[in-house]
Design a protein around this ligand. Structure first.
Ligand code: B16
Ligand code: MG
Length: 216
């Protein structure tokens, strides 16, 4: 039988860029006199840049031109932080889990909502570990739509039922389940409890557990 495909979200699964996204949005919010807290930032986890702006605006209406300028400004703040990312910023267990999966013959894919995903992979020096890279440019409908995961499965040339997703965001877990894939949720039950298996991170699961999930 052909080996399964493992599909990894980036922020919150392989590395933790959430803090940098927070600082970028916070800088923009401060520039524009909008209230924005770390608690508010939790709702932005895993959702697209555009949806993040909508959440930040909390219903406030702004012209499209202003929206574009604000997203560009936040992204420039965010990109400045990315310059500091090195392989030391891989989350615990990420490298060893990826290596074990590659050695076992699994296909490895990325499914990130971020348009900066390829830059982050390059900074982490792990680009060549991935067979398929799906980022914020790959599909139009972002998570919780299943499109990005289905797109990566297509790149693997595997049916969706042979793919297992690793996600830290509620929207990402929903997207994986809608795609008809098994899902490993990383984080608290309140956030990722809909997943087939919940754990604290890639350091907290074995490849055997994951492979068993595929046939469960
Ligand atoms: P960008 P993931 C997501 O990454 C982040 O969790 C989310 O906070 C961010 O808004 C989104 O990427 C878009 O990022 O502005 O760089 O395109 O978790 O899907 O890897
Ligand atoms: Mg994430």
């Amino acid at each position: 039988m052909v080996n399964p495909g493992l599909i990894f979200d980036l922020d919150g699964v392989i590395t933790d860029t959430a803090e940098y996204h927070y600082r970028g949005w916070k800088q923009l919010a401060d520039d524009e006199g909008l209230p924005f807290t770390r608690e508010d930032n939790e709702a932005l986890r895993g959702v697209s840049r555009r949806e993040s702006l909508n959440l930040l605006l909390k219903g406030k209406q702004i012209p499209e031109e202003t929206a574009q300028e604000w997203m560009t400004r936040k992204n420039n703040y965010y990109k400045a932080y990315l310059e500091d990312i090195t392989p030391a910023d891989l989350l615990p267990g990420a490298r060893s889990f990826l290596e074990a999966a590659i050695n076992a013959g699994a296909k490895i894919g990325l499914a990130s909502a971020s348009r900066n995903a390829k830059t982050v992979l390059a900074c982490l020096q792990i680009t060549n570990m991935f067979d398929v890279i799906g980022d914020g440019y790959a599909v139009q409908n972002t998570k919780p739509a299943p499109d990005l995961f289905v797109w990566v499965a297509g790149g693997f040339q595997l049916p969706v039922t042979r793919c297992i997703v690793f996600e830290d965001a509620e929207a990402g877990v929903t997207a994986a389940l809608r795609a008809g894939m098994k899902c490993v949720g990383i984080g608290p039950h309140e956030r990722v409890g809909q997943a087939h298996l919940v754990c604290d991170g890639l350091h907290d699961v074995s490849l055997e557990q994951i492979m068993a999930l595929e046939t469960a």
